[in-house]
Write a protein that binds this ligand. Structure first.
Ligand SMILES: Cc1ncc(COP(=O)(O)O)c(C=O)c1O
Length: 406
């Protein structure tokens, strides 16, 4: 089935203004039903959960339903495996704190130099407790990850590997199931940052056998809010971040100190309703899978057009894979124009009612490792399924004008 683009775009009120939103890896625009659900929650059920009176019971039921819907989206085994929080950064920091009593000096954690800092910094912070940090580096020439290099870092002291599912700069989709297999073979755990992946392809935490998996809803058509999946048995083992009486099996509450944001939880579940509508309204996992099949097909067409243009210019370097293969990359497309300042070019594109961006996007280690930090960093056009081929053509024409005027 092809994506019904008219239906898709009608679900995002912000798209009606004609502006071409191509900074989606920074933040997508929001679904109407998500915003309506947040408003409805605040206006009708904004009371404390857990009491016996009717309104509180309704609020409790809504929160439970939201968790179950989000669990379906991730293919988690049970709603208790869904930990909610304000952002991916905070959820990673919380997880690091909650692991403290399990870690011993000399234990090793592998981080990458190609992740967003949110999935590096919290783990490096553990160095002050005697944890040894090892770095899995991106290939400097081919800009690809090397599984043999990971194997060389894994050992009997490895406790955790922190890796991104898709880089927010390169767009490359990393083989998380294969990485998880290698990590588990040495008895370690894996935490995957899926912020730059989840808006584009179906998530399947059970199928991939990952231990922890985190992403932010504000890049996935929802509000500024985030989710971390954790295997139930692993969550039980973590330290409580809440009051002392939130013991071992008070999962996920012990990892959501101070009450989670109910209205944003209820609102975020609206993303799942949207996916269900795209997938034929069967209310099950199959609908979500179908939705992402159509989303992926649209995104490949968009990326193909943009990458084709960028690849045709010998003054432009694509930072990432040059082809749009469905399993190979998401349509987050970074590039550098030879001899030009990325900021200058982006400012020219701004004037044409097109939102792209430049910099290091908090993946500073990657941009520095590739020697691309100077002159405004890289330029990035990050597309999602609601973008159109016409918008991509507008961007191409705007870039051509900006390049001609250098
Ligand atoms: C890949 C990736 N990981 C993590 C983050 C941080 O997300 P949050 O703002 O929810 O902490 C971002 C935000 O840009 C990102 O792109």
């Amino acid at each position: 089935m092809a994506l019904d683009l008219a239906f898709v775009r009608s679900q995002f009120p912000a798209l009606a203004d004609g502006f071409a939103y191509m900074d989606n890896a920074g933040g997508s625009v929001v679904l109407r039903n998500v915003a309506e659900r947040v408003g409805d929650y605040l206006l009708t059920t904004s009371v404390q959960t857990g009491a016996s009176y009717a309104h509180s019971q309704r609020a409790t039921a809504r929160l439970a339903e939201a968790r179950a819907r989000i669990a379906l989206m991730l293919n988690a085994g049970r709603p208790e495996e869904i930990v909610l929080g304000p952002s991916t950064t905070v959820l990673c920091q919380n997880l690091a704190r909650a692991m403290l009593s399990r870690l011993k000096p000399g234990d090793e954690i592998i981080v990458t130099d190609f992740d967003h800092e949110s999935n590096i910094g919290p783990w490096r912070w553990l160095e002050r407790f005697g944890i040894v940090i090892r770095e899995w580096k991106i290939g400097r020439d081919d800009v690809e990850i090397d599984l043999a290099a990971l194997d060389a870092l894994l050992g009997e002291r490895t406790r955790l590997v922190a890796v991104t599912h898709a880089s927010n700069i390169l767009g490359t989709i990393n083989p998380v199931a294969e990485i998880a297999r290698r990590v588990h073979a040495v008895g370690a755990e894996i935490i995957v940052d899926a912020v730059a992946y989840a808006p584009h392809r179906v998530v399947d935490v059970t199928g991939w056998d990952v231990d922890y998996y985190v992403f932010s809803f504000y890049k996935t058509y929802g509000p500024h809010f985030a989710v971390m999946y954790g295997k139930y048995d692993k969550l039980v083992e973590l330290d409580t971040l809440y009051h002392y009486f939130y013991e071992r099996d008070k999962v996920p509450a012990k990892l959501e100190p101070g009450n989670t944001n109910y209205e944003l939880a209820w609102g975020s579940a609206g993303i799942v309703d949207y996916l269900d509508a795209l997938g034929g309204r069967t209310g099950d996992r199959a609908a979500i899978v179908r939705a992402f099949d159509d989303i992926a097909a649209q995104e490949v067409a968009l990326a193909d057009r943009l990458l084709g243009f960028l690849g045709s210019r010998n003054d432009i370097r694509i930072v990432g894979r040059p082809d749009a293969g469905i399993d190979r990359r998401v349509p987050t497309v970074s590039f550098k124009v030879e001899g030009a300042n990325s900021a200058d070019l982006v400012h020219k594109v701004d004037r044409e009612q097109i939102g792209i961006r430049h910099g290091d996007f908090h993946s500073r280690r990657l941009v520095e490792a590739l020697g691309l930090a100077d002159e405004g960093g890289v330029m990035r056009a990050s597309l999602v399924h609601y973008n159109t081929l016409e918008e991509v053509d507008r961007l191409i024409a705007a870039l051509e004008r900006a390049l001609a005027g250098r």
